[in-house]
Design a protein around this ligand. Structure first.
Ligand code: COA
Length: 150
């Protein structure tokens, strides 16, 4: 049972914990170097903790009034317990201060992620054919968008 999630920005010291989750929940995980732009201010990363346990993270880019969710991951033990919802809500609130639109790409087969994004009113706005490597060949990416402040 999760009592209260604590959110804070990612730092370089978090990389090991983040990478452990990244490697365990993604079919084609990011390389550790993909997180580097978070430490130079180019991207933004927020972590969710259950007490002292890192349980999820989200990485976004924000340019002018547009944000893109580049990565969102919940540790396997914490999936299906509302952590993804809480982190997404937290991020939408943060992003909403300066951005009007949030975009993201998601594997067509990723039912859990699609359900999460649709729960927060993201709408499908496009498709990239054969975008992701998959067990059998390639898989399409669906592009989702949420317009804020309307
Ligand atoms: C996708 C992911 C971020 C969802 O986070 P989560 O903490 O498990 O999600 P939540 O428990 O907050 O559930 C949010 C909604 O998603 C849906 N959902 C959750 N797990 C689901 C599952 N296994 N199948 C279908 N729908 C599911 C439910 O509708 C749920 O809303 P509800 O409980 O109010 O009905 C998480 O499963 C994850 O990290 N997966 C691996 C990495 C990944 O796919 N990242 C996204 C890349 S775009």
């Amino acid at each position: 049972m999760i009592k209260e999630l604590i959110f804070r920005s990612i730092t370089e010291n978090d990389l090991n914990g983040v990478y452990e989750i990244e490697n365990s929940v993604h079919y084609s995980p990011w390389q550790p170097s993909s997180f580097a732009p978070c430490f130079t201010g180019r991207n933004h990363g927020w972590l969710a903790f259950d007490g002292s346990t890192l349980c999820a993270y989200i990485i976004l880019s924000m340019v002018a009034d547009e944000a893109e969710i580049l990565n969102m991951s919940v540790a396997s033990d914490y999936q299906g317990k509302g952590v993804g919802s809480a982190l997404l809500e937290f991020s939408i609130e943060k992003v909403g201060v300066s951005c009007e639109n949030i975009f993201l790409e998601v594997r067509e087969s990723n039912d859990a992620a699609i359900a999460l994004y649709e729960k927060y009113y993201f709408c499908e706005v496009g498709r990239r054919n054969n975008y992701y490597p998959a067990k059998r060949g390639r898989e399409d990416a669906l592009i989702y968008a949420l317009t804020l402040n309307v």
